[in-house]
Design a protein around this ligand. Sequence first.
Ligand code: GDD
Ligand code: MG
Length: 370
Amino acid sequence: MGAGARLGRRGRSFLEAILLVGGQGTRLRPLTISTPKPLLPTAGVPLLEHQLTRARDAGVERIVFATSYRAEMFNEAFGDGRRLGMEFRYVTEDEPLGTAGAVRNASAALTCGPDDPVLILNGDILSGHDISAQVEAHQKGDAQITLHLTLVDDARRYGSVPTGPDGRVLDFVEKSPDPPTNQVNAGCYVFRRSMIERIPAGRPVSAEYETFPMLLADGEVIVGYVEAAYWLDVGTPAAFVRGARDLVLGAMPSPVVTASEHGVLLLGGATVEPGAQVGGGTTVGARSVVGAGAHVESSVLFDDATVEAGARVVRSVIGEGARICAGAVLEDAVIGDRAIVGPGNELVNGLRLWPGVELPDTAVRFSADG
Ligand code: GDD
Ligand code: MG
């Protein structure tokens, strides 16, 4: 902590964060056509709200949102932050500046000093790790940057980050077909603020492909904070369904979710008719209806959705106002807003239906893998 650092609430040093929420969420289409990924309703609140409230409980008092895609929707959802007990600011890129370019651009709205720690968060993560412990680890050592690292089974979709015996980061290898280790970048960083000034301004810059490798080559001390708590990148429909399920079941702890005993979260005005089986961490959105004898498991129903009698819905997402007619079967499917799946159709293996599309009463099996 720099000399003369400000004290924040609860006597801790004042902590600011930058939140990266400018991505287009392409892998989650069609859900992200109308709503950016970080705002998708997840266990009753925007996905981001779980991470925001965990950051607040770890002492973060002020957050600068780095926005680009559908930027205005973040302000509409969270405003000045008072509802969540923090202060929010929004900085929008004219053109997407990439993960580090966005940080550099948003840093103009920070108020802390050059030696103070700044927390930087990817906006599509559910993580149960101890943010305070990560910040403390950063403060104790002489690191310029401290990265939360976690272990995954397959590191090819992530930043693979080998560390030495002293915890120092040796390399940063983004999305390699041949990653050096299964220890990966978990998308939560503590930067000494002066390091942010090392990112070039005014052009797109990738933290993963450019900034981390450049700072390592310059000999800057970057260390790993390894913690194997619950962790999920909510980048695909399968991961989105899993994250919502884990929040409802309590496997991912969130300050804004009361884990359900019966494996179901019913939002305001939702109806489950007698004889329907609903469970496995399902969310039934506001005013949505599940008909008699339907089976709904580990799925997410957005608001005003309908699952008619006898339909079967497993590990699927049903968009706002969409309708699944009697006897239809969905497994690992994504149904866009207001789409209609006619009676008897089967949609399996990651099949996605675009918003407003109507599948008539054809009783056909549609599979994304042909
Ligand atoms: N403002 C802004 N501008 N935000 C951006 C931009 C941009 O140009 N590009 C991406 N973002 C935001 C996204 O909205 C997301 O919250 C975050 O940056 C990370 O982008 P993703 O597109 O989700 O990246 P990823 O999941 O492929 O990989 C990243 O996260 C992994 C962990 O989940 C990398 O940081 C990997 O190294 C890491 O392992
Ligand atoms: Mg991601």
